[in-house]
Design a protein around this ligand. Structure first.
Ligand SMILES: CC(C)(COP(=O)(O)OP(=O)(O)OC[C@H]1O[C@@H](n2cnc3c(N)ncnc32)[C@H](O)[C@@H]1OP(=O)(O)O)[C@@H](O)C(=O)NCCC(=O)NCCS
Length: 162
């Protein structure tokens, strides 16, 4: 089951991020984004009453009136990976991004993973951001023309030092 995260889920989400990533950077990022009010929404995958997946979207500050979101981080419990849970989380959450009126989504992530959802480095080519130029910096337009013109996006402070 994919659903929006609740505050009561926060300890389980923290534990999940610690288990899925080699260090605490991503778990700490989630806490910083929440504390700074930069998290737009979080979703979790729940199985047998346990939180087994998590994804967070934060607000990017753009030199346009449009809403751009950063997908980061996302994680699936190590013993539950490669069963499609991550894909369900991405697809369900991207539908909610559209409902929120987001113009486009950015991710800095695995080159072999995010393109299956439509993300591409080519779409991010005109985006000026701290991650510009990295092949892992990928964009997904949710509305026509979202990345056609040069665009500057600033990440929330929580990303500093990652
Ligand atoms: C990446 C992650 C969220 C995918 O979750 P998942 O539930 O296993 O994903 P799915 O079952 O939907 O898809 C599995 C696919 O993802 C691929 N995948 C998993 N980790 C990957 C990685 N590090 N790089 C590239 N591809 C990866 C698998 O090879 C598999 O590919 P296939 O469908 O071609 O066989 C999960 O592996 C994870 O939590 N990894 C550790 C944390 C992490 O790296 N998060 C992403 C940060 S950008």
């Amino acid at each position: 089951m994919i659903r929006h995260a609740r505050p009561a889920d926060h300890p389980a989400i923290h534990a999940l991020n610690l288990a899925a990533f080699p260090g605490a950077a991503e778990a700490d990022l989630v806490a910083r984004l929440r504390a700074d009010g930069d998290s737009v929404f979080e979703m979790v995958a729940e199985g047998e009453g346990q939180i087994i997946g998590h994804i967070l979207y934060s607000r990017l500050w753009a030199d346009s009136v449009n809403l751009y979101l950063a997908l980061a981080p996302m994680a699936v419990s190590p013993d539950q990976q490669k069963q499609g849970i991550g894909s369900d989380l991405v697809r369900t959450s991207l539908e909610f991004c559209k409902e929120c009126g987001a113009h486009g989504v950015l991710v800095l992530g695995h080159l072999d993973y995010y393109p299956r959802f439509g993300f591409s480095a080519a779409a991010a080519a005109k985006v000026n951001s701290p991650y510009a130029g990295s092949p892992a910096f990928m964009a997904l337009p949710l509305e026509d023309g979202a990345f056609d013109a040069p665009l500057t996006l600033a990440y929330p402070d929580g990303f500093n030092g990652l």
